[in-house]
Design a protein around this ligand. Structure first.
Ligand SMILES: Cc1cc2nc3c(=O)[nH]c(=O)nc-3n(C[C@H](O)[C@H](O)[C@H](O)COP(=O)(O)O)c2cc1C
Length: 343
């Protein structure tokens, strides 16, 4: 039995302290919606729009050189109010100059740092000592507990539905989040498969303090990514993402494009792991996502792609999410009352 359940059985319905309030305060944001890191292609415009709409905008370090990342950070800072919040996502096993990137985010006063794809332990203490808030992306309860014990402020639980590199453990958001919120004291953010107010409400229902979005934010006006990428997601069905790398113990979820299809075929034929990894590097990501060359480069997309049928501004998206979540909550509540009436 978890704490929430124990309190509710004692008749205490008010939360002791809301994980959402802790999240908003910790990240210095108004809405519990985070933009996931997007590797080298993270658009500055999108990061700025998400923060200006009240969420947490982020840029991805991907494999950008320290100079390239510095330029992006400065562009974001030039567009935002001095005390506005934003983050940098550092995929630990991916970036070749990790220590330099850590120093950069400290020097450039980046308020929030998100660590993914690797062991965060060696970096959390240093970042925290220098006043940064640290979020860690995890895919299992064990990883979540480790991040919490190392001093992370927030854990982002990412399910296997999500776009891009996922954990080979393949836990889904629906299974992962309640187990994380049961096991951890710090706020848990749900990522993977969330694209509207229903997803937001579902995340809250599982005890998540907020959500992190990837695919849905690719599909916004401010995401300066290629029209062919966006059109392909608009036309996608629920079955139109595929997973590559399984036979080598890594997992990456892509849109089912001609390029991804041919790589899957080559994986079945036993392509060398180095060749597969190089076909999925950030150069290929840029070719697909920025240049729209869908037969020469890859594009990330999550299983929720088939649900997405519009390209709103970030502000419109957030307003709609809030509206749909509120409406759906009322519907659920009145549904429960009708149940009670029938008992
Ligand atoms: C284009 C793109 C690039 C991504 N690159 C990264 C990355 O560099 N680092 C990371 O931690 N997550 C990355 N992700 C995952 C997102 O940050 C986010 O957690 C995920 O997309 C959430 O699932 P969803 O796509 O179902 O919304 C990427 C996602 C997309 C769509």
């Amino acid at each position: 039995m978890n704490m929430e359940h124990e309190r509710m059985t004692r008749g205490e319905t008010e939360p002791i302290s809301s994980p959402r309030a802790t999240l908003l305060e910790s990240l210095n944001i108004q809405k519990p919606i985070i933009q996931g890191g997007m590797g080298n292609i993270s658009p500055v415009e999108l990061c700025v729009a998400v923060t200006q709409a009240g969420g947490l905008g982020q840029i991805g370090a991907g494999t950008l050189s320290v100079d390239e990342l510095k330029q992006k950070i400065e562009m974001v800072q030039n567009h935002l109010q001095p005390n506005a919040s934003f983050g940098v996502n550092i995929p630990l096993n991916v970036h070749p100059q990790l220590q330099d990137v850590i120093q950069l985010v400290i020097e450039k006063q980046v308020p929030i740092v998100s660590l993914s794809a690797g062991n965060p332990k060696p970096f959390i203490a240093e970042l925290k000592e220098r006043g940064r808030k640290v979020m860690v992306v995890v895919a299992t309860v064990e990883q979540g507990k480790k991040a919490e014990s190392c001093g992370a402020d927030v854990v982002i639980g990412e399910g296997f539905e999500a776009a891009g590199k996922n954990s080979p453990k393949e836990l889904t958001t629906l299974a992962l989040i309640p187990q994380l919120t049961k096991a951890l004291q710090i706020p848990v953010v749900a990522a993977g498969g969330i694209a509207d107010g229903q997803g937001l409400l579902a995340a809250f229902a599982m005890g998540a303090a907020g959500v992190q979005l990837g695919t849905r934010l690719v599909m916004t006006k401010e995401a300066t990514l290629h029209e062919r990428y966006k059109d392909a997601i608009l036309n996608a069905s629920d079955e139109d993402t595929i997973v590559l790398g399984r036979s080598y113990g890594f997992v990456t979820r892509l849109l089912h494009t001609p390029y991804a299809k041919s790589l899957l075929q080559r994986e079945k034929q036993g392509i060398r792991i180095e060749d597969l990894l190089s076909a999925l590097d950030e150069k290929s990501h840029r070719l697909g996502a920025q240049d729209g060359e869908l037969d020469q480069g890859h594009v990330n997309a999550g299983q929720i792609s088939g649900f997405i049928d519009s390209i709103p501004s970030v502000r419109e998206l957030f307003e709609d999410m809030e509206l749909v979540a509120r409406r759906r909550l009322e519907e659920i509540r009145s549904d429960f009352y009708q149940w009670e009436d029938k008992l």
